[in-house]
Write a protein that binds this ligand. Structure first.
Ligand code: NAP
Length: 246
């Protein structure tokens, strides 16, 4: 039996886990950080919570006798990816990164590309009034000082009571989202600007299309650097990588 650990928290990780469970001779454990109160539970085994840095992950890989590691975390979850790179190297477990391609700007898009959420907040100043903020619950504080802007903030779980939250309204929802609803959100709330991470993938792409159609600006946060190593950009390619190592 080959034991695979998938570092998850994405739709791709869940899809990969579901496919791996159908392959004889492979056993899969998905690891989630535990940020979401009611996460979608992937097929196969599940563990939840941090490992305690790269050293903790290396210990886990050894104790659980993990043969193969797939880092299918979100492209903006870089700490865990660097930890995975260090841990896998230390205990010599083959590691693959599964990273969906970023969205590409096309004709009609009005993107302002920035390197991080702090710069995204600066970019909003003096040019946005009603913003659809879709960067996640953990990033709200970076926008909290923008008192003259109204924010519609979409996230899976509501912010904690002591969180720094910008003025506006919280909308709790999780993808996949559909174009018709995204269009409606932008129109009904009179949104002039969206703030988004360049997450890629189809689940949250309809807001990008709706913005293009309606001429709404997007402050697009570019992806951070990821560790070096083998990578693929889709679930089937990750499966091929696994099968080649069985
Ligand atoms: P991060 O900054 O890269 O990681 C911070 C710490 O959280 C890690 O050092 C690790 O703790 C723990 N952790 C992260 N992912 C883990 C996993 N899959 N299993 C076990 N522990 C994990 O991560 P983040 O940006 O907070 O994201 C947390 C999770 O949410 C990720 O798994 C990611 O796939 C998912 N997610 C993130 C975003 C985003 O925009 N960042 C969006 C959608 C989904 P220890 O050091 O203690 O091991």
């Amino acid at each position: 039996m080959i034991r695979v650990l998938i570092l998850g928290g994405t739709g791709d990780a869940a899809e990969l886990a579901a496919k791996v469970t159908t392959i004889q001779g492979l056993e899969v454990i998905t690891s989630l950080a535990g940020r979401t109160r009611e996460p979608s539970v992937p097929l196969g085994d599940l563990r939840v919570g941090g490992f305690g840095g790269a050293a903790g992950l290396a210990t886990y890989l050894q104790i659980m006798q993990i043969d193969l590691l797939i880092d299918a975390t979100h492209p903006f979850a870089t700490q865990i990816s660097f930890n995975a790179a260090d841990a896998a190297m230390e205990v010599r477990v083959p590691r693959l990164m599964l990273i969906r391609p970023p969205w590409e700007k096309v004709s009609g898009d009005r993107w302002i590309e920035v390197d991080n959420v702090k710069v995204a907040a600066t970019a909003l100043q003096n040019q946005a009034q009603r913003v659809f903020l879709t960067v996640g619950r953990q990033e709200l504080a970076a926008f909290a000082h923008l008192e003259k802007i109204w924010f519609l903030m979409r996230m899976i779980d509501p912010p904690s009571d002591d969180a720094l939250v910008p003025p506006g309204m919280v909308l709790c929802d999780r993808g996949p989202f559909i174009l018709k609803n995204e269009r409606q959100i932008l129109i009904e709330n009179n949104i002039d600007t969206i703030v988004s991470k360049n997450s890629g993938g189809d689940a949250t792409k309809p807001k990008i299309i709706a913005a293009r159609e309606l001429g709404v600006k997007i402050v697009m946060v570019n992806r951070p650097a990821i560790p070096p190593g083998e990578q693929v950009n889709n679930v089937d390619a990750a499966l091929v990588w696994l099968l080649n190592r069985c």
